[in-house]
Design a protein around this ligand. Structure first.
Ligand SMILES: C[S@@+](CC[C@H](N)C(=O)[O-])C[C@H]1O[C@@H](n2cnc3c(N)ncnc32)[C@H](O)[C@@H]1O
Length: 310
């Protein structure tokens, strides 16, 4: 499942990276599935093509074409070993150091964060090219959790993803997660860390409505989604989405995730949003400028991520 980038700033895209076609498939159980024809991923935004699929036959075909088979021979234990190896490699990255530096300087106090919710990370065990992305995204999530947890208050961990199969769920439970079934928004509180690695904006924003998590990492939140209205079901108005996004941005500062060079796209384009708080914003901004050489505009996600190395 992939999404395309907003065409708002110039970046040096790789040669041969063509447009991505995404189709939104409302599923019978009320969840939304988004599938794509390309392997590229940037953010929770779609391209401008009118690619909504509404016919029952098309929905069935798409659901059937979703990769479902598990990597041959993969067990929960094997997946855990793979994940631990990813974590080992993560420890040596400048991205890890950059993220931890930002979090340290933001200075969460004991009790500021009590739960962490991971949304739309994808399957770690389905036999397709993107499971590596999902594993890296999980490594980042748990790296942040580790950094902001205190021994007295370990964060409660939640994950929600309609694509999880039994291996994914068993693996996550072993890591201490509770698996949610479409009620993740109930765990978005002022003491939450919400993580959304490229969950589509039209799924994410309704969840964020009237919610105020102290830490959010994931898709860049835009102040205006009007140019992406083609992604919405016909009965929905873009106004509500924009109001949610604007309210979210008004009380937050945004920082681009430092570049990650072990995987080309797994984290590229993600943003870190801190709730504004007297006394610490100036310091964090200074760190950000020094570390990522990007500009931050108060209350808007204006920083452009650095270009990838690979
Ligand atoms: C664009 S894909 C991103 C997947 C993965 N994070 C990546 O970057 O490759 C969006 C993911 O959101 C999941 N998703 C859809 N509806 C969701 C929901 N209500 N809650 C959580 N995840 C959802 C989809 O199954 C899909 O895996």
């Amino acid at each position: 499942m992939e999404v395309t980038a907003p065409k708002k700033k110039k970046t040096s895209r790789k040669a041969g990276a063509g447009p991505v076609k995404r189709v939104t498939v409302p599923l019978d159980d009320g969840w939304s599935m988004v599938t794509h024809t390309s392997s590229r991923n940037r953010s929770g935004l779609s391209d401008r093509s009118n690619n909504k699929i509404t016919g029952e036959k098309e929905k069935r075909l798409l659901a059937a074409s979703r990769p479902k088979s598990i990597v041959p021979g993969l067990t929960v234990q094997g997946l855990m070993e793979e994940f631990r190896e990813f974590e080992r490699r993560w420890r040596e990255t400048s991205c890890k150091r950059g993220v931890e530096g930002l979090l340290k300087r933001r200075g969460f106090k004991e009790g500021d964060l009590k739960e962490a919710v991971c949304l739309g990370v994808g399957s770690f065990s389905v036999d397709w090219e993107h499971r590596g992305r999902s594993l890296w995204q999980l490594v980042l999530f748990l790296g942040v959790v580790r950094e902001v947890s205190t021994p007295a208050i370990p964060l409660k961990l939640f994950a929600q993803e309609p694509c999880f199969n039994s291996i994914d769920k068993a693996f996550l439970r072993e890591l201490g997660f509770a698996i949610l079934n479409n009620d993740a928004h109930k765990h978005f509180t002022p003491t939450s860390f919400v993580y959304s690695p490229f969950l589509d904006w039209f799924i994410l924003l309704p969840m964020l409505r009237n919610k105020d998590p102290t830490l959010f990492i994931g898709n860049e939140i835009l102040a205006d989604y009007s140019q992406y209205t083609h992604s919405l079901p016909v009965e929905k108005s873009i106004k509500d989405y924009n109001n949610t996004a604007k309210k979210f941005l008004r009380s937050r500062k945004a920082y681009a995730l430092p570049s990650f060079d072990l995987h080309q796209h797994a984290m590229h384009g993600m943003m870190i949003y801190f709730k504004k708080s007297e006394g610490i914003d100036v310091e964090v901004t200074a760190i950000k400028r020094a570390q990522t050489h990007e500009t931050v505009t108060s209350g808007t996600a204006s920083a452009e991520p650095e270009l990838e190395q690979q």
